[in-house]
Design a protein around this ligand. Structure first.
Ligand SMILES: [Zn+2]
Length: 287
């Protein structure tokens, strides 16, 4: 007898004005302990209550990894490259769209953590061989100079140097306010990492904020932006960044692409209960 086997979509394609876009599910981990990951130092009861209010388990959570693809019509731009592990799906997701790695014109790295740079090289060779690579100047300097890296990130520093140093010759280095291509501008999102960049994509009056890892959990980080996430390098700066981006996203009614939000990682932010709340996309991008 046949039975229903676990299955899920891994590509969500949508239009942004005349740009085409897609959320690409590279991987999804099940991890333990919402509190220790996203609410360091908070009373256990507060985290349990928050989980209950959001109908989720306080002890286990899903952590998605979702690079974003934007096709402006003249250039295909990939934001982050996923984990680059054996079972990573990024290249399979591109294949689902009829694309290979040589179809990518620009690879933008939001920051230097392993789940964003891991897919840049395979067997020591650049995966996106034709692409211009774009790094944040501050982020690249932070990892390559390497003297301010906290102990928990030393292995990350070595990985960054291994993967990214050799890509410098095909890279451009940007600061907040710089344009990647017409219609895509870098936004300061430092805190989670010292040079984290978000990106504002705009076409025909449609706008998308790719906020990368400024937010790590769709309920905890958005309803309590002031709580400290273990993964954030500068915890207070990450809090200030979250508050600034939440205000911007809510006031400007921006569509958001979040690397670690539940797939497809697309939604909006509204003010609620004195803070903010994530509203996942419904059908509005498909009609
Ligand atoms: Zn990440």
């Amino acid at each position: 007898m046949s039975e229903i086997r676990p299955a899920r979509a891994r590509v969500f394609a949508f239009n942004l004005g005349s740009f085409k876009a897609a959320a690409l599910l590279d991987a999804a981990d099940i991890r333990d302990n919402l509190a220790s990951a996203f609410a360091a130092g908070q009373p256990a009861a507060a985290v349990r209550d928050l989980a209950a209010a959001n109908f989720i388990d306080p002890d286990r959570y899903e952590h998605c990894f979702i690079p974003t693809l934007i096709d402006t019509g003249s250039q295909k731009i990939l934001f982050d490259t996923g984990c680059g592990e054996e079972d990573s799906s990024l290249l399979g997701c591109l294949q689902d769209l009829g694309l290979g790695p040589d179809d990518i014109d620009v690879v933008v790295i939001t920051h230097g953590h392993p789940d964003h740079i891991g897919g840049l090289v395979r067997n020591g060779e650049p995966v996106f061989n034709r692409a211009r690579h774009v790094f944040g100047a501050a982020e690249f300097a932070f990892w390559t100079q390497g003297d301010a890296v906290r102990p928990a990130r030393l292995a990350n520093r070595d990985l960054f140097r291994l993967i990214c140093t050799g890509l410098a010759e095909r890279a451009t280095f940007i600061v907040p306010g710089d344009e990647v291509v017409p219609g895509i501008i870098a936004v300061d999102a430092a805190g989670h990492s010292p040079g984290l960049l978000a990106f504002l994509v705009e076409n025909s009056g449609q706008r998308l904020l790719i906020w990368s890892d400024a937010f790590l959990h769709y309920a905890v980080s958005i309803q309590h932006p002031e709580w400290h996430a273990d993964f954030d390098d500068d915890k207070e700066q990450a809090v200030e960044t979250r508050k600034r981006l939440l205000k911007m996203a809510a006031e400007q009614r921006l569509l958001i692409a979040g690397h670690h939000m539940p797939f497809p990682g697309l939604g909006y932010v509204e003010r609620a209960n004195g803070s903010f709340r994530w509203i996942p996309v419904g059908y509005q991008l498909n009609i």
